[in-house]
Design a protein around this ligand. Structure first.
Ligand code: BG6
Length: 504
């Protein structure tokens, strides 16, 4: 069958002539993700000829030094590398570096001059996408300076947009303040808060899976679903991010954004249209319906853990209580999901890198097959495998061939790699950067969504900081987390965590 393209009837032209200005250009994200993604887009001919990048940072560097650094980054981390396409030499000429302090108005005078030159070179009419990839404390000062320099004002017929990296705030109060600071300078429709999980192909496929197929949606509710598990596990530990991570922990780093985003996409009602407003309205409704875990309830509804060698990591306080693992049981108080537990878990230094959503269906209402006492048949289970073995798996019962009536569980599976080949999935940042350049905010987080997510995380953080906190459970690296987490899910109906997608 030929593919159907839902984007503007299949016609997706290249974005308008534009400049991407990256704040924090000497950092890791620029080198490992942003520039490699932009280069892949250039190679795929998805960007306009009049496309430039300005990297801005405090580090002393000239254009050549910056280009060299970017070349190395693309070479090591790019999906498409300079050797894979003949566009590097030309692209490099359109990469500029501007050095300056983020809170110094002179930096922005210089930036305006540079943008003016680029604009002249392309014959005028350039649009600008700002990308904030600095430490978050610098977001407000940069936005203020952009406002004062007049760089947020959209000239007639041209756009100015801003992408803001996570973390967006440290808690509800700081996120609200940051939204306020942003809105002082930019209109909400100019703002793109990024959560790179939404750029992952398989996360987007959740929407297609649920809303382009008629057979699943009638079952997608409390009448047929026993519970849902969302797992985002990582093999890596802290890496070199102690400064950030030890003050953030897993709830801020993963739950407030990636896990809650996966929950909203799994639970939301079908939007009437495929556009940013409809999609985000439905996600917001889910977040409003999620029952808050109050500080007094964290012992019952959450587990917090830390891998045993975490306190030995460089830059981490020797007695830190920062959680590197968490599990939570959440409920969504609406007609579709009332009383269906959503179990969420995420952690570092675990047994594998897996992102999956497991939907456990209910048992059949009456089993006509005779079973020995104590025997039972497993209920159906659906696995949405988001990484690394991208695919979809349905677990069901079948008869074993031969005499008698013996059954066994089998899987019906669909694997991206088998259908589309290895390495065909673009990086999440490619998709998101391109969407922002096109002005499509569907896969970005709206201000109310961010605040509602913090409203759910804040009370858990408060509870963890109080006498109600569950004990910090230590776990060995390379395991699936503390045994407390298994006890936690078992307490209700003897459930257990699945790892469906590692079996793909
Ligand atoms: C980031 C977190 O947002 O997501 C990291 O800050 C985490 O701690 C990363 O490692 C995981 O992303 P991915 O795409 O590798 O699953």
């Amino acid at each position: 069958m030929s593919p159907v393209d839902f984007n503007r009837s299949g016609i997706r032209q290249v974005p308008d002539p534009c400049v991407v200005v990256i704040f924090g250009a000497s950092g890791d994200l620029t080198r490992r993700k942003l520039m490699p993604s932009l280069f892949s887009l250039v190679c795929e001919k998805l960007l306009p000829d009049e496309f430039s990048v300005v990297g801005l940072a405090r580090t002393e560097m000239d254009n050549d030094g910056f280009r060299q650094k970017i070349h190395e980054g693309i070479d090591s981390h790019g999906r498409l590398k300079p050797k894979d396409c003949d566009r590097w030499a030309d692209f490099a000429q359109h990469i500029h570096y501007h050095q300056g302090e983020y809170d110094d108005p002179a930096t922005y005078d210089g930036l305006c001059n540079l943008l003016g030159q680029i604009d002249q070179e392309v014959g005028g009419g350039c649009n600008i996408l700002f990308y904030l990839s600095t430490p978050p404390v610098l977001y407000a000062p940069i936005i203020k300076q952009l406002g004062q320099a007049g760089l947020a004002v959209e000239p007639e017929g041209h756009w100015r947009r801003i992408i803001i990296e996570k973390p967006f705030g440290h808690d509800l109060a700081s996120a609200t303040q940051l939204n306020h600071d942003v809105h002082h300078v930019f209109n909400e429709d100019q703002v793109y808060r990024i959560d790179h999980y939404l750029g992952k192909e398989t996360v987007q496929n959740l929407l297609v899976f649920r809303f382009a197929n008629a057979i699943f949606e009638p079952l997608w509710n409390r009448n047929y679903i026993d519970h849902v598990q969302i797992t985002v596990s990582e093999e890596v530990g802290l890496g070199s991010r102690a400064g950030y991570y030890d003050t953030a922990g897993v709830l801020r780093d993963m739950f407030q954004n990636h896990l809650l985003q996966l929950l909203t996409l799994t639970a939301m009602e079908p939007p009437a249209e495929f556009n940013a407003t409809s999609l985000r309205d439905e996600k917001v409704k889910v977040l409003k319906a999620v029952q808050r875990i109050e500080p007094e309830g964290v012992g019952e509804f959450t587990v917090r853990g830390q891998y045993r060698t975490y306190r030995d990591e460089k830059g981490v306080a020797f007695n830190t209580n920062t959680a590197t693992f968490a599990a939570a049981r959440m409920y969504i108080n609406n007609w579709r999901w009332r009383n269906v537990p959503f179990f969420l878990r995420s952690g570092k230094a675990l047994a594998g890198k897996v992102t999956e959503i497991a939907v456990q269906f209910r048992h059949v209402p009456h089993l006509m097959f005779p079973l020995a006492p104590g025997e039972g048949l497993p209920a159906n289970r659906l696995g949405l495998c988001l990484q690394p073995n991208e695919g979809i798996l349905l677990h069901f019962e079948t008869k074993l061939p031969g005499a008698g009536m013996r059954t066994r569980s089998v899987d019906m599976s669909y694997l991206y790699e088998q259908d589309f080949g290895a390495n065909t999935l673009p990086d999440a940042y490619e998709r998101l950067l391109l969407d922002a350049l096109h002005g499509d905010a569907s896969l970005f987080t709206r201000s109310d969504e961010i605040e509602l997510a913090w409203r759910l995380i804040d009370p858990i953080l408060q509870g963890w900081d109080s006498e109600h906190a569950p004990p910090l459970a230590f776990y060995e690296s390379g395991t699936w987390g503390p045994s407390k987490s298994d006890e936690f899910i078992r307490t209700e109906k003897g459930r257990k965590w699945f790892s469906i997608c590692t079996e793909c």
